[in-house]
Design a protein. Structure first.
Length: 209
């Protein structure tokens, strides 16, 4: 190999090395930029996720407030209905009864107005009411000789309402007829029993309040 060709080959090798070095630097710079972009995207995604979580929490809170508001309005509505047809019952007892009716009518899918009417016919909302035979007690006149109740709690308004609701619901399932169910609640399934008509008459009055 002559001197001229040797010098030319060395120059070419040097140029190749320089090109390789520049390429590696560019690649490293590109990778760095890609990593930076990925980090930026991840940060933005995290912020968006945080914002969505925050928005969801706001919506959830609004929904909770809406539910609470609906419950309060529902109880107030029942209170007003009881006040329109009752006498001699304290505001405190009306509040407890209204909340209990709202609660158990929802749990057992029994009409609120029906529960108000039954309580009116059974005891005129007297939580200490006892029948002549001394077997039926409280607002819903629960027969303590038939149902496995806690006798120490029978005059508790919520407890009594719970049992009254469960009993009428069970009768409705059994007879699949509201009048028969009501008369059975009263202990006498007969067309001659005026009980069902009395209750349904109050239901109509309550619905018109």
């Amino acid at each position: 190999m002559n001197k001229k060709n040797y010098i030319t080959m060395v120059i070419l090798l040097i140029m190749c090395l320089l090109f390789l070095i520049i390429s590696v630097n560019k690649l490293g710079s590109t990778k760095l930029k890609l990593v930076e972009k990925e980090n930026t995207i991840l940060n933005l995604t995290a912020k968006i996720d945080s914002l969505e979580t925050y928005i969801d929490s706001i919506n959830t809170t609004r929904e909770k407030y809406k539910i609470v508001e609906d419950i309060e309005l529902g109880i107030i509505d029942i209170e007003n209905k009881i006040k329109k047809i009752s006498y001699g019952i304290s505001d405190n007892d009306i509040g407890i009864l209204a909340a209990s009716i709202y609660k158990y009518s929802y749990f057992h899918n029994v009409d609120e107005d029906l529960l108000i009417a039954i309580a009116m016919v059974e005891s005129s909302f007297n939580k200490y009411a006892i029948n002549n035979a001394k077997t039926c007690h409280g607002i819903y006149q629960i027969n303590v000789t038939v149902h496995p109740v806690n006798k120490n709690k029978i005059y508790d308004i919520e407890y009594n309402t719970m049992w009254g609701t469960m009993i009428i619901k069970d009768k409705m399932r059994q007879y699949n007829n509201l009048k028969s169910a009501l008369n059975s609640y009263n202990g006498w399934v007969s067309n001659k029993n005026p009980y069902a008509n009395d209750v349904l008459s109050y239901v109509k009055k309550i619905e018109n309040i």
